[in-house]
Design a protein around this ligand. Structure first.
Ligand SMILES: [Mg+2]
Ligand SMILES: [Zn+2]
Length: 254
C-alpha cells in the first residue's frame, strides 16, 4: 500500500492565487466590524483534519501531534508530515467530509454578516478542499466559496494520497504556522473596527493578539483565561449573533 510519497520534499506543483490581493482596500474609516473565524471545531463541530487522520492515516500521526502540542514544531511542519501518512481515495475523503457536523446556526450567521455588510473571513490551518465542500453542503456561498474570504492550507487529492500546500504564505512565519492567522488579520482588516476573532483551539492563540474582541471555547478559552486575554465564552454562532447584534449592529443603525 503506497503511503510514503516524496512530494513534500519537492516544489509543490500547484499554488492557489493569494486572495488578499483581490480585496478592495477600504478608503475611509468606518465603524463596521470585521470578523475572522477559525473553521475546525468552531464552524465545523469536529476538527476535520483530525478525523481524516484518525480514519485514514498511519497511527504515527499521533506522535507528530504530540510534537506540535509540546511546541517542538509549528503547525505547518506538523500537517505536512501528518498528511503524508494519509491513504484514502477521493471518494472516501468526500464521504467523510459530507458527514461533518456543523454549527447549526452558522449558515444563518453568515447570511446576516452578508446582509449587514460585515466582512467575514475564515482563517484556518485546515484545507480549502474540505472547507469549501463542507460550506457548500450547508448552503453557504459567495466570497467564502470563491476563495477571496477563505485563508487556509491547500490540498489536492492524487491517487490514494494528498499533496498539501501553504499559500498563506509560502514563507514560514515566526510561529511556523500552516496559515498565519495574525498575519492574515493584519493584512486584511483595513479600517474596520472592532476586529472580532472566533475560535476554539491552540492554533488560534496567536490570532487573539490581533483581535479587539474574542469569542472562545474549548482550548482557546482555557488559553485566554490562563493568559489574561479578555474573551467571551460561546457554544454556538447563535450566541455570537446575539452579541454582535446587540453591541455593533444596533448601535450602528441609530
Ligand atoms: Mg479550531
Ligand atoms: Zn504565524
Amino acid at each position: 500500500m503506497p503511503r510514503k510519497r516524496d512530494s513534500q520534499h519537492g516544489t509543490p506543483q500547484f499554488r492557489v492565487p493569494t486572495p488578499y490581493s483581490l480585496l478592495p482596500i477600504p478608503s475611509a474609516p468606518h465603524a463596521t466590524p470585521v470578523i475572522f473565524s477559525d473553521f475546525d471545531g468552531t464552524i465545523a463541530q469536529v476538527d476535520v483534519t483530525d478525523v481524516i487522520l484518525a480514519e485514514f492515516a498511519d497511527p504515527a500521526w499521533h506522535e507528530v501531534e504530540e510534537e506540535w502540542v509540546e511546541g517542538h514544531i509549528g503547525s505547518r511542519e506538523c500537517l505536512k508530515r501528518q498528511m503524508a501518512m494519509v491513504d484514502a481515495s477521493a471518494e472516501q475523503l468526500d464521504a467523510l467530509i459530507d458527514a461533518v457536523p456543523l454549527d447549526q446556526h452558522f449558515a444563518e450567521f453568515h447570511a446576516l454578516t452578508r446582509e449587514r455588510g460585515i466582512p467575514f473571513y475564515v482563517v484556518s490551518d485546515g484545507f480549502d478542499y474540505v472547507i469549501r465542500r463542507v460550506l457548500r453542503n450547508c448552503g453557504v456561498d459567495g466570497e467564502l466559496l470563491n476563495g477571496s474570504h477563505l485563508f487556509s492550507s491547500a490540498i489536492q487529492v492524487r491517487g490514494r494520497g494528498v499533496e498539501v500546500d501553504f499559500p498563506h504564505w509560502p514563507e514560514v512565519c515566526v510561529h511556523g504556522c500552516a496559515t498565519c492567522k495574525p498575519e492574515v488579520m493584519r493584512r486584511v482588516r483595513g479600517e474596520h473596527r472592532p476586529v472580532i476573532f472566533i475560535g476554539d483551539g491552540l492554533s488560534d492563540r496567536f490570532a487573539v493578539e490581533e483581535a479587539d474582541v474574542v469569542f472562545a471555547r474549548d482550548k482557546l478559552l482555557g488559553y485566554c483565561r490562563e493568559h489574561g486575554v479578555a474573551c467571551t465564552a460561546f457554544e454556538t454562532f447563535g450566541q455570537i449573533e446575539r452579541e454582535v447584534l446587540k453591541q455593533w449592529l444596533v448601535a450602528g443603525s441609530r
